[in-house]
Design a protein around this ligand. Structure first.
Ligand SMILES: Nc1ncnc2c1ncn2[C@@H]1O[C@H](COP(=O)(O)OP(=O)(O)OP(=O)(O)O)[C@@H](O)[C@H]1O
Length: 257
């Protein structure tokens, strides 16, 4: 298995506080890894270091064995390390379809500008519709983006991220702030992307139950350090994780239910 993404002693300090503390991790291509950990554990900061929004105090990020230190977040997206909102933004007054079409177009421009290739409008629309189908939003293609529900907006963001066609997808709590009814469909969208089997996915999630069956592996951050990294079963049975993160309550909860 080829390692696509890894970090070496990745560290960032804010004043006296070490938010990410010498984290070494790696993931193979087409792998699905979730990052869990309590509030303030450093999950989002870790993501920002990988995507290039933050510069580490120490340590490195490698994508396909290339040191990413000198690359901006936009460069990293172009190379294939994708996080939503890096190249494209949602235009609130445009329709869902127009937003995704523009994202597809921005990718095509990047890819073909050297050859002065002009991709036809119908083919951009077709690609955008295919992506909307993947994220279960095709029925809303003519809706104005600002009028979507919170869950639908997240689906639109995911479609726009997919339009950039990056090998790695960094998804930061895709279910955050969603109503209970919206959560299963966003999980279904993530499952569909996983089933296509052409992406490496790294996902932050607060609620461990949600991602147990989706994840090939789970890493646990605690106080900025990597507490554990293993299969969902290993993480569930890991005593350190139980004590530090779950406080033993997970098993109790499940024993009752
Ligand atoms: N720009 C910053 N300046 C100072 N401290 C910061 C900054 N960004 C994050 N921190 C601190 O770093 C720690 C980790 O924060 P981070 O947001 O990465 O945690 P998290 O695991 O994503 O938490 P949550 O689940 O609440 O989103 C926190 O103590 C936070 O206050």
């Amino acid at each position: 298995m080829t390692t696509i993404l890894r970090t070496e002693n990745l560290t960032i300090r804010f004043g006296g506080h070490t938010a990410v503390d010498h984290v070494n991790f790696e993931m193979p291509e087409k792998h699905f890894k979730s990052i869990i950990g309590p509030n303030g554990a450093g999950k989002t900061t870790f993501f920002n270091l990988i995507s290039g929004e933050l510069k580490p105090s120490e340590g490195k990020v490698y994508f396909k064995n290339e040191d990413m230190s000198r690359f901006s977040s936009v460069d990293r997206t172009r190379k294939g390390l994708g996080r939503s909102f890096q190249i494209t933004n949602v235009f609130p007054n445009l329709t869902v379809l127009e937003n995704v079409r523009l994202a597809v177009q921005s990718k095509e421009k990047i890819r073909y500008q050297m050859f002065r290739h002009i991709t036809s409008y119908p083919s951009l629309i077709k690609k955008a519709e295919e992506l909307l189908e993947v994220v279960l939003l095709l029925n809303k293609k003519q809706a104005i983006a600002s009028q979507l529900s919170h869950g639908e907006k997240r689906k639109l963001e995911i479609a726009m991220l997919l339009a950039l066609d990056t090998e790695v997808l960094l998804l930061d709590e895709p279910t955050a702030g969603m109503s209970l009814e919206e959560v299963p469909t966003i999980l279904e969208v993530i499952r569909r992307i996983k089933q296509q089997d052409n992406k490496t996915i790294l996902l932050i999630e607060h609620k461990m139950d949600m991602i147990l069956d989706l994840s090939d592996s789970i890493m646990v951050l605690f106080n900025g350090t990597l507490l554990a990294d293993g299969t969902p079963e290993e993480i569930m049975q890991n005593e350190t994780v139980q004590n530090a993160y779950l406080g033993g309550s997970y098993n109790e909860h499940h024993a009752q239910s």
